[in-house]
Design a protein around this ligand. Structure first.
Ligand SMILES: [Zn+2]
Length: 318
């Protein structure tokens, strides 16, 4: 089967219409991982902040990945109004998450919906900010002290408590109308407010997170290089749903590439609404099409979803 160069436009538009009608949302919500009444003290918990944002917490160490809660509205972004981190919202989430043990804030690419809030989280949590040279420039512009800015190298492995995080070089997915949006690198400190296109994607990473409780990959954009996941094994794939070329392509690039037996979708919610507004699908993600495809292609694969802003066990002690 030929892999299209970018997500085909007609299925994307069909998905937009199905999402607008709310199709697939019930199937999504009924797969939510339930809250544990009394989580075992060493369960590995994850709180999804929407988009590709997570707080991981094993009771000892916390990690933030792509934290994004400012979520300027779609009309605001479409009109190219300047955007900036919503400091009050970020302070609210740092407190609500009890983010007092954050060892690192990690950014997988530097578009605004992954990187804009990260400097504020790093500052409020007194944590280092890790990512590409573009992410470091965004951190500089956001006021993160230089000694807390860490430019990662391809295939670098970093350890935080019991977590082992691999930064695997990857590539940003193309849009339904062609190549990746806002390509290139951020070359100067980026001081917000700025236009959303100023957050260039920079280098793109898939994270491979290994922990005694379980291992997973975090793929924040729907593409990979042929060798991104070479030699990687993980039980769980957190896979980007939006702008997938097809569900078959998504399975090949993530789940099957690492031998995963579970999938948690990310970039599935509406990134133009803050997490406290509750779940609604990312326009064009085509939840109904995703679940139809999965029932046909891989009925045995476990699909879990996460509620917004509530901790859930990602893995429980073995
Ligand atoms: Zn992006």
């Amino acid at each position: 089967m030929t892999i299209p160069a970018h997500p085909p436009l007609l299925p994307y538009l069909r998905g937009l219409a199905r999402d607008a009608l709310g199709m697939g949302a019930a199937a999504y919500l009924e797969r939510e991982i339930p809250a544990l009444g009394d989580p075992p003290p060493d369960a590995l918990m994850a709180t999804w902040l929407g988009t590709a944002g997570f707080l991981l917490d094993d009771g000892e160490t916390q990690l933030l990945i792509d934290p994004f809660v400012s979520c300027p509205s779609l009309p605001w972004v479409a009109l190219n109004r300047p955007i900036q981190p919503d400091r009050a919202a970020i302070e609210h989430w740092v407190e609500r998450l009890d983010a007092t043990r954050v060892a690192a804030v990690m950014v997988t690419h530097s578009h605004y919906d992954h990187a804009m809030d990260a400097p504020s989280f790093a500052q409020l949590c007194s944590a280092p900010l890790l990512g590409s040279s573009s992410t470091v420039k965004i951190g500089r512009g956001g006021g993160v002290p230089v000694h807390r800015l860490v430019r990662v190298e391809p295939r670098q492995v970093l350890r935080f408590g019991k977590f082992e995080v691999h930064f695997l070089p990857s590539v940003h997915g193309p849009s339904p109308v062609g190549g990746p949006p806002h390509a290139g690198h951020v070359t100067e400190p980026l001081v917000p407010p700025a236009h959303h296109a100023d957050w260039r994607h920079g280098d793109t990473w898939v994270l491979w997170v290994r922990h005694p409780q379980g291992s997973f990959i975090h793929q924040a954009t729907a593409d990979t290089l042929p060798d991104t996941l070479q030699g990687v094994q993980a039980e769980l794939s957190m896979s980007c749903l939006v702008w997938r070329r097809s569900t078959t392509d998504l399975l090949q690039r993530t789940v099957d590439a690492v031998g995963a037996t579970r999938l948690i979708p990310l970039h599935s919610d509406n990134m133009f609404r803050p997490p406290h507004a509750g779940f609604s699908p990312m326009p064009g993600v085509d939840l109904a099409g995703f679940f139809d495809d999965m029932a046909r292609l891989r009925p045995d694969l476990r699909i879990d979803t996460l509620p917004l802003g509530e901790p859930r066990p990602l893995f429980t002690p073995r």
